[in-house]
Design a binder for this molecule. Structure first.
Ligand code: TXE
Length: 492
């Protein structure tokens, strides 16, 4: 990027071994935002080897916890120092608005601050084995070499959910951002170096997952893979990991219901259903893409959401007047458009959108109008498959049991929203839903201190919170007999 080498392996910035590069497009206008070095499988293998060496030499994992915590805090300081530059890169790369990118960088900072505190809190414990001579204790140790694979919708945020706990736990790692959006992660890796992360502890390669994937995952040199991305890729990575008995945590998106009962507070419900699905043009794993609304209010409610959807101001994310940006790429817009055609052919009723905007100022970007399909049902693929675009499907229910059944009618299980002014019903429905995060009378919020992840095909494992750190740790039981004596089992 900017003429500098972009691969970071064993503490050295270098170019791809075959000199390959990739053009990174700005989805707001199709221009080339940057040219970055594109790793080869050999480069990826070098990165894994560097992480292996750095872990096996033992220095990093032996670093006192207080020093690792201080490092995480220094990284947080540098993120805030460079917030505007990082947010600008994120917007150029993903198309999201600068306001969203700034929030992302603040959230990335919070993740580092959170783990800086948490790593100092010991979760070791003593176990009473009934013999005062024996000190039995459970300790946690870094799991080892981690491969961290991130997607393009929240490039730095998703990567930080992995890097912060991995560093805190004392692991070494190879980070691979999405080939579509590597810019913020490259800049961030420079910050890690400046903060004092030792050589080999964090290594960075970028390039296509199809090309680099096996070099990063099909190996005995890796101890843990943390992946966020699509279902098909997650299945493949899990299968490859299983061959090596490598632990893998995968977060694979969702098809998230937003259930609105007739007694729900109107204004916040309309607003949050709108925001829940159209923020970042629907490119959010927890987007509330399935509106499940009580029949008695459905016509008015859908009309109210549609009226506001039509007023959403689309534009270049760098323009402060823009409320939402383009889709991440032309290729992704083509996928979203294909889903809209599918919805029409499946018999869903198009309420609004279903087309590219006709504003000539947006013609060069991969923009797509907020789209709402009413009269949907469970047999439709637009209801069941992740479109990852600005598409809201509407299903209607008549009683609580039906609302719950529809809410759980997905192979995924990442997130769900419930809106009602009856707290008892709210609690009943929340507990009945099989999703990793459930919001009651709210939608989309999260905190670094609370676990994130899914039921069902939304994946395995959790990020954030104490469990997000535990994923990067092995558990060891140490049995120390301070007064050894024969076992006395065999008498001869
Ligand atoms: O994801 P991929 P794509 C969903 C969303 C989207 C779909 C496909 O529905 O339309 O996934 O998106 C790397 N070994 N989500 O194609 O391919 C890849 O380089 C190792 C949901 O962009 O899964 C990138 O870094 N790595 C999601 C990362 O995997 C491989 C967010 C994700 O890319 C690999 C994004 C391989 N064989 C998309 N193949 C969420 N959960 O939030 C690819 N990769």
């Amino acid at each position: 990027m900017d003429g500098e080498p972009d691969l970071y392996i064993g503490g050295v910035w270098r170019r791809a071994s075959d000199g390959g590069t990739r053009d990174i497009a700005n989805p707001a206008d199709g221009s080339i935002a940057a040219v970055v070095d594109e790793a080869t499988p050999d480069d990826a293998r070098d990165a894994v080897a560097a992480a292996r060496t750095a872990f096996d030499d033992g220095a990093w994992r032996a670093t006192p916890v207080a020093e690792r915590a201080a490092l995480l805090d220094r990284i947080a300081d540098l993120l805030q120092r460079d917030k505007e530059a990082l947010a600008g890169l994120e917007t150029r790369d993903t198309g999201k608005t600068l306001a969203e990118s700034r929030i992302d960088i603040d959230d990335v900072t919070s993740v580092f601050r959170y783990y800086a505190e948490l790593v100092g809190v010991s979760s070791d414990r003593l176990v009473d084995v009934g013999d005062p001579a024996v000190i039995s204790r459970i300790v946690r140790e870094p799991i080892g070499v981690c491969v961290l694979i991130a997607p393009w919708n929240y490039p730095l945020l998703q990567m930080s959910w992995k890097v912060a706990p991995a560093l805190g736990a004392g692991c070494t790692m190879v980070a691979k951002p999405s080939e579509v959006t590597p810019l913020s992660t490259i800049a961030f890796t420079h910050l890690l170096e400046e903060a004092g992360v030792p050589p080999g502890v964090v290594n960075l390669v970028q390039g296509s997952g199809a090309t680099l994937g096996d070099a990063l995952t099909d190996t005995d040199d890796v101890d843990f893979i943390s992946f966020t991305g699509g279902l098909a890729t997650g299945k493949r990575i899990s299968a490859v990991a299983a061959e090596h008995v490598t632990k893998a945590a995968v977060e694979l998106g969702g098809k998230n219901p937003h259930i609105v009962f007739a007694d729900a507070e109107w204004e916040s419900s309309v607003d949050q259903v709108l925001t829940g699905v159209f923020l970042h043009s629907g490119q959010v794993c927890s987007a509330g893409t399935r509106l499940i609304v009580e029949e008695s209010i459905a016509d008015d409610f859908v009309a109210a959401v549609a009226a506001r959807a039509e007023k959403i101001r689309m534009g270049d994310g760098m323009d402060p007047a823009s409320e939402t940006g383009p889709l991440v790429s032309e290729q992704h817009r083509a996928k979203v458009e294909a889903y809209v055609q599918l919805g029409l052919s499946e018999g869903a009723v198009l309420v609004t959108g279903g087309a590219r905007p006709d504003d000539p100022a947006l013609a060069k970007g991969s923009f797509y109008l907020p789209t709402i399909f009413d009269r949907c049902d469970r047999t439709m693929r637009i209801v069941q498959e992740e479109t990852f675009g600005p598409i809201l499907t509407v299903e209607r229910f008549t009683d609580e049991a039906e609302a719950i059944a529809l809410g759980n009618d997905t192979e995924y299980g990442l997130a769900a929203g419930v809106r009602t002014s009856d707290p008892a019903r709210g609690e009943r429905v929340v507990r009945a839903l099989r999703h990793g995060t459930v919001w009651l009378n709210d939608f989309g919020y999260y905190t670094a201190a609370a676990e994130w992840g899914g039921f069902g095909k939304s994946g395995n494992g959790r990020e954030l919170g104490p469990t997000g750190l535990a994923e990067y740790q092995e558990i060891k039981h140490i049995w120390h007999n301070t007064a050894p004596k024969p076992a006395g089992w065999f008498t001869g």
